[in-house]
Design a protein around this ligand. Sequence first.
Ligand code: XMP
Ligand code: MG
Length: 196
Amino acid sequence: MNKKDEGEGPNKHVMTVPHEWQHIVSQVLITPSEIRKRISELAVQLSTVYSKQNPILIIVLKGSFLFASDLSRALPFEHEVEFIKAKSYKGTDSTGIVKISGLESANLTNRHVLVIEDIVDTGLTLHHVYDRLTEAGAASVKCCTLLEKDTVRRHKDSPKPDYVAFYIPDKFVLGYGLDLDQRFRHLPFVGVYKQP
Ligand code: XMP
Ligand code: MG
């Protein structure tokens, strides 16, 4: 991994795309060290709100699996985890259909829940997830997302994520959980998809 400081600010890291991913990634948008640093900051921020609430992290699979596992281990307070699946995408286009599964066995009555998302794009997924969690009797519903996309396609019913690790431009991204048709979730950085 080739990382160098460009002198554009104390935490501005630039990383060249590793050779083996240059066919699919045009630019590394967020480096592993930037991710680690933001997660530490979010853990401190979240502890001021949740440290006495034993919240349930609602981890939205598959995209948030790496972010959630790193964030969960960084949180200095007791919490539980539940996993749900939300599927809304095929390739780089939204189908507008959101299917949610996995909440059937969770007891959320009067519990504070924090949805852990990979990315909020149109916000449709989050809108449907919030509806289901509210129906399930949660005491409070908030969202912590790795990425929030700056897009004009944001749905009018989209909830506003409460905690955002990184704001990104309206580009399709891959890595650190995010996929292209199930591929490249394992990349340790967030990169911009290189259109063929
Ligand atoms: P919405 O539009 O419902 O989207 O907020 C949420 C889901 O869409 C997927 N998504 C992406 N996946 N790169 C990806 O790999 C992207 O740039 C991207 N934008 C949206 C993702 O599954 C997310 O949970
Ligand atoms: Mg996806």
